[in-house]
Structure formats: structure tokens, C-alpha cells
Design a protein around this ligand. Structure first.
Ligand SMILES: *Cc1c(COP(=O)(O)O)cnc(C)c1O
Length: 385
């Protein structure tokens, strides 16, 4: 089976992890802060806070922004469930903004309409979480303007988008947002096994996220309420969690970071080649951003009709031919645990049509042209009536 995504692990990566295994610290040592410093520098943000997953980072990001019971958080229905669950962990309500039919990102036009309605009803969101689907940045300048006008905070879910740019700045620089979150799950652009990281330019948000990921505890003398503390003294200042990244993960991340530009370049090369090979196919190819570089986490095609039976047929034929196609994503609001909250089919029609016609083709740095030719031949056969 040719998988839809796969990590690339080099001998240097392995050596970096082994070095940490032989060192004094497996957790809470010097490597996690080094990883944070290097990511912050790479994406042009002032602060970076690593965690054991992007899901954890999204949770502490919401908490740091004060999300709690009575609040509403909006995100995209075309995402992994974690983009929405982070708000629910805080006791807040979730709503979705339907997607743009070309980029599959949260539609800025829909966002604006929904904000007008919510303002009238007095139910504006506290936080909006745009998701940079497949690596292509949302229109953050436009979303940032709406945030100012309507007074909400913004967390970019950039789980797909480390290495992407938007209007000539790296995703993660938080030019139009409060916080950006990256994932280092093995299918993502670079990996730490499991892992996530939040960037921000706000020192107070950085501090809050940094203590929330470790029980809400600080030992920083400047931050302690106690004036002349004993040497063993530490303070729990908020109810936090054990969401720490470990040293082995950070070592892998640091080593992978050296390959980031190469991975993104290779993904773009393969994506362009798919574009070429699929030119005459009756499928919609990804529409490329005019305003930046996509890290191309995913290469998604759309079938010409959104027909669940046809979608399933093409999908099954691909899987039978050994192609690990996938669907990113089943709309979040149609998950049973979200239907329980009152969500139902018909509420976000673009995301639903997308869910009945999208197919993720394999794309990962180690993929060869031969692999790609096999995928394209299988697709040609699968699309035949
Ligand atoms: C992978 C992913 C997450 C969760 O990342 P983890 O590191 O696995 O917790 C969140 N949002 C999106 C869009 C993702 O793709």
C-alpha cells in the first residue's frame, strides 16, 4: 500500500535521539527550550511553547485566552476534531463557519455574514480558530481585520502548515493572530512522534501557556507571590496539566527542523507533478495560493460530482489497487459526538459536499515518481465508469 503520508527519518534524526537517551535529562532538560527557540526564530515569533501534542497546545491556547463556560468558539468544519474539541475542553460552545469551495479553508465571506448575525444576537465568538487546510494559509489579513472590528481573539491551527508562508511572512509569525499552533504528528510536515507547539508575540499569553502545560506551576522568582521563598519552593498559580514535550521528542524535532525547507520543497515538486499528470482528468486539482507558499501537507482532488455512492466506489477501487487514499475530512459537525450537541446534516453545505467528493492522494517527501505514476494510473482506472 502506498500510504497517503509518511515520516522521513534520517540517520541524523536517530543519532540525535540516541544522544539524548545517553544524556542526563529525558524530560525538563535543555533540548525542549532549544527546540522552542529555533522554531520561534524560524517562523519569526517572539515566543514558542512546546507541548506533547497540538491538541494540548490548542487546549492551553484557548485557556490562556480565557475561554470558558458561556463562551463560543468558531472553527472550520473541514478539520480534524481537535480544532473544535479544544473549546469543549474549556466548557465553551463550538460553532462552525462553512468553507470556501476552492481553498477548503474557512470562508471569510461566510465568517463576515455569521459575525453580523452574531453581533445582532449578542452572541459573538470569544475566539475564532481558522485552520490552514492542507498547508495553504487562510486569508489572515482579512480575518485579522474582522477580529479587530468584532473584538474576538484568533488562534491559527497551523497543524498542516509549518514551512508555509502568507504574504511573505512565515505562518507562525502571528501577524494577524494571537497564537499559532503546529502539530508534529508523524503524518505532518516535520515530526517529534507526538508533539505540538504554540507561538505568540504576547509575553503574558506565552507565560500562561507555559505554566498551563506543566500543572500551572512556576518557579520563576519574578512571578512568585511569595517574597523570600525557600529553595524547594514552587507555586501552582492555575489549574494546569502535564502536557510537557519530552527531550527525546524535542531532539527529533530539532533534527527534523533542519530538513523542513527540503521537505516543503519536495512536497511542492510532487504536487506540481500531480498537477501536470492530472491535467486532463475530470477532477478538480488544488487551487494554489496567490499569496504564499503551501507546505503541501495534503494533495486533495475533488470528483466532478458530490455523490456519496460514486465517491465510495472510486475510493474503494483506489484502496483495492494498493493506494492509501484518505478523506480529510469528514465534516466535524456530523460526528456522532457533535450531533449530540444539536449539529445535523445541511448546516454547513460546502463542507458536506466536500466530504462527499474529496480524495487525498498520497504525498510525502520520500515518494518517488514511480509511486506517483502508480497512483495516477490507479486513479485513471478508478474514474472509468
Ligand atoms: C493533526 C491535527 C491536529 C492535532 O494534532 P496532534 O498533534 O495529533 O494533537 C489538530 N488540528 C489539525 C488541523 C490537525 O491536522
Amino acid at each position: 500500500m502506498i500510504p497517503y503520508g509518511k515520516q522521513s527519518i534520517s540517520d541524523n534524526d536517530i543519532e540525535a535521539v540516541v544522544q539524548v537517551l545517553r544524556s542526563d535529562y529525558l524530560t525538563q532538560g535543555p533540548v525542549v527550550p532549544q527546540f522552542e527557540t529555533e522554531i520561534a526564530a524560524k517562523v519569526g515569533a517572539k515566543h514558542a511553547i512546546a507541548a506533547n501534542s497540538a491538541t494540548s497546545s490548542l487546549h492551553v491556547a484557548c485557556l490562556a485566552l480565557g475561554v470558558g463556560p458561556g463562551d463560543v468558539v468558531w472553527t472550520s468544519p473541514n478539520s480534524f476534531v481537535a480544532s473544535a474539541n479544544c473549546a469543549r475542553y474549556c466548557g465553551a460552545e463550538v460553532e462552525f463557519v462553512d468553507i470556501d469551495p476552492d481553498t477548503y479553508n474557512m470562508s471569510v465571506a461566510q465568517l463576515e455574514i455569521k459575525l453580523q448575525t452574531a453581533a445582532t444576537a449578542g452572541k459573538l465568538p470569544k475566539v475564532v480558530i481558522p485552520v490552514h487546510f492542507s498547508g495553504q494559509s487562510c486569508d489572515m489579513a482579512a480575518i485579522g481585520k474582522l477580529a479587530e472590528r468584532y473584538g474576538f481573539k484568533v488562534i491559527e491551527d497551523a497543524s498542516h502548515a509549518i514551512g508555509s508562508t502568507h504574504n511573505d511572512h512565515p505562518v507562525g509569525a502571528c501577524k494577524h493572530s494571537d497564537i499559532t499552533v503546529f502539530s508534529f504528528h508523524p503524518v505532518k510536515i516535520i515530526t517529534t512522534g507526538e508533539g505540538g507547539l504554540a507561538t505568540t508575540n504576547d509575553a503574558e499569553l506565552a507565560y500562561r501557556m507555559s505554566i498551563l502545560r506543566t500543572h500551572g506551576i512556576t518557579r520563576d522568582p519574578q512571578r512568585l507571590k511569595e517574597q523570600s521563598p525557600a529553595p524547594w519552593y514552587y507555586e501552582q498559580q492555575a489549574l494546569g496539566f502535564n502536557y510537557r514535550m519530552i527531550e527525546l521528542e524535542a531532539a527529533l524535532g530539532l533534527s527534523q527542523l533542519k530538513q523542513l525547507d527540503h521537505f516543503v520543497h519536495r512536497r511542492n515538486e510532487l504536487a506540481s507533478r500531480y498537477d501536470l499528470l492530472l491535467q486532463d482528468f475530470r477532477v478538480k486539482r488544488p487551487i494554489l495560493p496567490a499569496t504564499g507558499l503551501s507546505a503541501f501537507h495534503l494533495y486533495v482532488i475533488r470528483l466532478p460530482v458530490a455523490d456519496p455512492v460514486y465517491h465510495r466506489t472510486v475510493f474503494d477501487k483506489m484502496r483495492t489497487s494498493g493506494i492509501g487514499v484518505n478523506l480529510h475530512y469528514m465534516p466535524i459537525h456530523l460526528q456522532p459526538d457533535f450531533r449530540k450537541l444539536g449539529f445535523d446534516a445541511g448546516m454547513y453545505p460546502e463542507a458536506e459536499a466536500y466530504g462527499n467528493s474529496a480524495i487525498t492522494l498520497p504525498l510525502f517527501p520520500a515518494m518517488t515518481q514511480d509511486d506517483q505514476d502508480v497512483v495516477v494510473a490507479a486513479l485513471a482506472a478508478a474514474l472509468e465508469p
